[in-house]
Write a protein that binds this ligand. Sequence first.
Ligand SMILES: Nc1nc2c(ncn2[C@@H]2O[C@H](COP(=O)(O)OP(=O)(O)OP(=O)(O)O)[C@@H](O)[C@H]2O)c(=O)[nH]1
Ligand SMILES: [Mg+2]
Length: 552
Amino acid sequence: MSACFCCSLIRSSPLFHDDLISRPLAKLSRPIFSLALRKQYSDAAAPRFVVVRAVQPGLGVVEPGDVSVGDPPSIDVVEAGNGEVLGVVGGVVDAKLEDDKPLAPATRVRKKKEDEGGDDNRFKLRNGREVFEEKAYIVGVEHKRGTADSFGVEESLKELTQLADTAGLMVVGSTYQKLVSPNSRTYIGSGKVAEIKSAINALGVETVIFDDELSAGQLRNLEKAFGGEVRVCDRTALILDIFNQRAATHEAALQVALAQMEYQLPRLTKMWTHLERQAGGQVKGMGEKQIEVDKRILRTQIGVLKKELESVRKHRKQYRNQRLSVPVPVVSLVGYTNAGKSTLLNQLTGANVLAEDRLFATLDPTTRRVQTKNGKEFLLTDTVGFIQKLPTTVVAAFRATLEEISESSLLVHVVDISHPLAEQQIEAVDKVLSELDVAAIPKLMVWNKVDKVSNPESIKLEAEKRDDVICISALSGEGINEFCSAVQEKLKDSMVWVEALIPFEKGELLSTIHKVGMVERTEYTDKGTLIKAHVPLRYARLLTPMRQLCIS
Ligand SMILES: Nc1nc2c(ncn2[C@@H]2O[C@H](COP(=O)(O)OP(=O)(O)OP(=O)(O)O)[C@@H](O)[C@H]2O)c(=O)[nH]1
Ligand SMILES: [Mg+2]
């Protein structure tokens, strides 16, 4: 029997506890993520047994010495139903492989609920999977001082509700508090903690979600203050969980795993103090040592993930270079999540990219060729949407994907103009763009969903007054031709004016220039074809010797 290591991402709670085995298994199949090392003992012919070592708050690696740093674990993402986690024993999570055919956790939970006389019908179909809709309560803080958040606390909580809904949670209540500065122990004040505790009991809340990032200590203290029965998580964990649920490709899964691990690293503190308690305080410092071991393991995993991402990135670069050798300009769609980027790509290219009224429908970039009515072509790339308070770990993890943007000839900023917070969303997008190296790339703004606004005429008038704004409805196709012309005009701005004499034997170059550039004039002479055109910089360089020829 051989043993192989792979570290895996198991979808479950970030707040696993040693007593998890006594808690509903729904926690294991439910959204909020956890990280785990998976050790697989396998026979070449028939893999038999998987041991999952979770690395997360409240649960640690029992035999960290098992992890060989010299022989790094391979990265694998475990989908629900495949090697599903079944329980936790002394910090080790056991999972069985298919030959044992365990019940899927959701089914088990349902059975358990039915056995208990199941109180309500909270199983919902999400992304093709049946999930148990947990009851969530959301909490925000309005900062009295400091940087004025362009999103008010109520709007931000509305968005958090949408995020929770996307993650498969049912929001049953919310509250917020005005604070000069957050409480270092519990983020909110003790009165508010007591108020939320009563709401938890009254509404049967299972998860409390905070709208701002919480420290490990705050998460732990709040959980304790709420009676130890509810999970507490923050906006970042929720966003990462949505990404985890939606990651469809290997690269997206790697990026999400990396972001999750980087989120976990500073939150590992004191997760081992239960060992000291179990040992009656005789083995002082035991927890501290384990934290160090866990941190080392997590750092090793982060290193492995980064390497793997690097190689995926190289692949992508090669592919991009191939694409660049096809002389068509690249236009990238950027914008707030749910603005209509994928709908626009679908409208222009007939692509069948998932577009839906949920946050973060798109995680992976998709590129398609657009053919305009005047015979011109450009490539259109759909990208992951942005959101306010986007954690830097997420931006960093998605940098590779977003780099695609920095190599485009034009950025199209898609705005949902029917959204009451359109202006704030524009600001949030500009903020993320400023973190990416794209200042030099020309931009075009698109006000989408004009079919949805109550005052379309005044919106269109306003757009006309502004430079670089086009009104469209990606859904109905209104304004699409104007959009294509505006893209052409903008692409022209990013090109270089040349006058060159192209010899007859370079006929191929001439036809390429007709395709990628904007030719204003052609004249046939006995030495070749004289062209006056806007061409991409790359072609301007290629044409340099011929330009000299023309001048002479
Ligand atoms: N009424 C109307 N709805 C639109 C329009 N464009 C998009 N939508 C709807 O808005 C929702 C979000 O559209 P998507 O295309 O998925 O948005 P996205 O920007 O790709 O979102 P993410 O991938 O989450 O970043 C969908 O329900 C679309 O049908 C439009 O012009 N008019
Ligand atoms: Mg999309």
